[in-house]
Design a protein around this ligand. Structure first.
Ligand code: KG4
Ligand code: ZN
Length: 345
């Protein structure tokens, strides 16, 4: 079975083709970063309109790369939620429409299930069961995964997502959108011993997260350490890098502590990291070390599939379509959608 996947939940248009025997045949991505950069964040209406412009050309591009005709697609998967509703409606309408025109089944994919299954696209895929940390711009969740669609939420953020905290703190540091990768680069040159940020909620039992306090802590540190005269002086760049490093260490430490707690609580040896924040190099190093000490192993998508992409949607959709699941002709896009409500495969 050969499935076309379409991702349009936020600010990237991603399209890919996944095939039962050939695996991932082609994938293409258009990022809207330049479009939104001037506004310091995603402008939903601009995002929707750009998806309209890009999605069909990208479909043609992946068909061309895979050397396939439109009639050689057996099913269409599109992100149906969670995400920006206008953006979701574009991919859902196009995906559902193409499937109808081609006379093949269609399925609306849960964006976070896409992230969660993305490590299964790698040659060394994790076996079930595993614990997954989904850390993106909108989510920070720990999930016990017994199989596809068999998810138990172990912990969630009570306020900002990890990626959101990266983005907001990056903005305070004067870095361009999207802030996460820029902050991580700035932190490379930072002194880890200069400032110490709190590790939120690690001294309490449980697996929930809270990151909004870190952003406030960063703001207070900035105001204290960088009054206007210092901010204009030669030491400002180093201070910013040191604050970035202290922030990153606090987020990474907090995520590592909660991941260790989760794998111990579930008695599993496999931990999967996915979502944009899982591209963070310091986080990966620390998670690898922690899992080695626990006698287990950590699994990640390749860096380009940590952030939003069409491959993970084609793959997740293929898993469900080949099990016979499909959607009626009417489609539903959902801005909010609990992962645990998905049916098992
Ligand atoms: O999964 P994703 O592409 O989109 C959502 O579904 O949200 O995640 C994007 C998030 C952004 O907040 C971005 O700043 C963060 O992932 N991110 C990173 C890194 N790369 C992306 N955060 C920290 N370090 C990185 N290297
Ligand atoms: Zn995402």
């Amino acid at each position: 079975m050969r499935v076309l996947g379409i991702e349009t939940s936020c600010d990237e248009t991603g399209v890919a083709i996944f095939d039962s025997s050939a695996g991932l045949m082609a994938h293409a991505l258009h990022s809207q970063v330049d479009l939104h950069a001037a506004y310091g964040g995603v402008v939903p209406e601009l995002a929707s309109r750009d998806h309209v412009r890009k999605v069909l050309p990208l479909v043609d591009r992946v068909l061309g790369e895979a050397m396939l005709g439109r009639r050689e697609i057996d099913g269409v998967a599109y992100t149906a939620g969670p995400g920006l509703i206008g953006a979701l409606l574009v991919g859902s309408a196009v995906g559902r429409g193409l499937a109808w025109a081609w006379g093949v089944p269609a399925i609306g994919v849960h964006h976070m299930e896409g992230h969660l299954l993305a490590p299964l696209l790698e040659p060394e895929a994790p076996a079930f069961p595993f614990v997954a940390l989904l850390a993106s711009g909108g989510h920070t969740q720990l999930i016990e995964v017994q199989g596809i669609g068999r998810y138990r939420l172990l912990g969630d953020t009570l306020d900002d997502a990890a990626g959101e905290a990266f983005d907001k703190t990056a903005k305070l540091l004067g870095l361009p959108y999207p802030g996460g990768p820029a902050l991580a680069r700035l932190a490379e040159g930072g002194d880890p011993d200069r400032y110490h940020f709190p590790r939120p909620m690690v001294d309490r039992p449980g697996l929930d997260f809270s990151f909004s306090g870190l952003k406030t802590f960063a703001l207070n540190t900035l105001q204290r350490e960088l009054p206007p005269d210092v901010a204009a002086g030669p030491k400002a760049a180093q201070i910013r890098a040191d604050i970035a490093r202290a922030f990153e260490d606090a987020v990474v430490d907090t995520l590592v502590i909660k991941c260790r707690r989760a794998v111990r609580a579930c008695g599993v040896q496999r931990l999967v990291l996915a979502g944009g924040v899982s591209a963070n190099r310091r986080l990966r190093r620390r998670i690898d070390r922690m899992m080695a000490k626990e006698g287990g192993e950590a699994y990640y998508p390749r860096p380009e599939f940590c952030t939003d992409n069409g491959a993970m949607i084609a793959f997740a959709g293929w898993q469900r379509l080949r099990a016979g699941q499909m959607e009626p002709l009417a489609f539903t896009a959902r801005a909010r959608w609990p992962l645990e409500s998905l049916p098992p495969v």
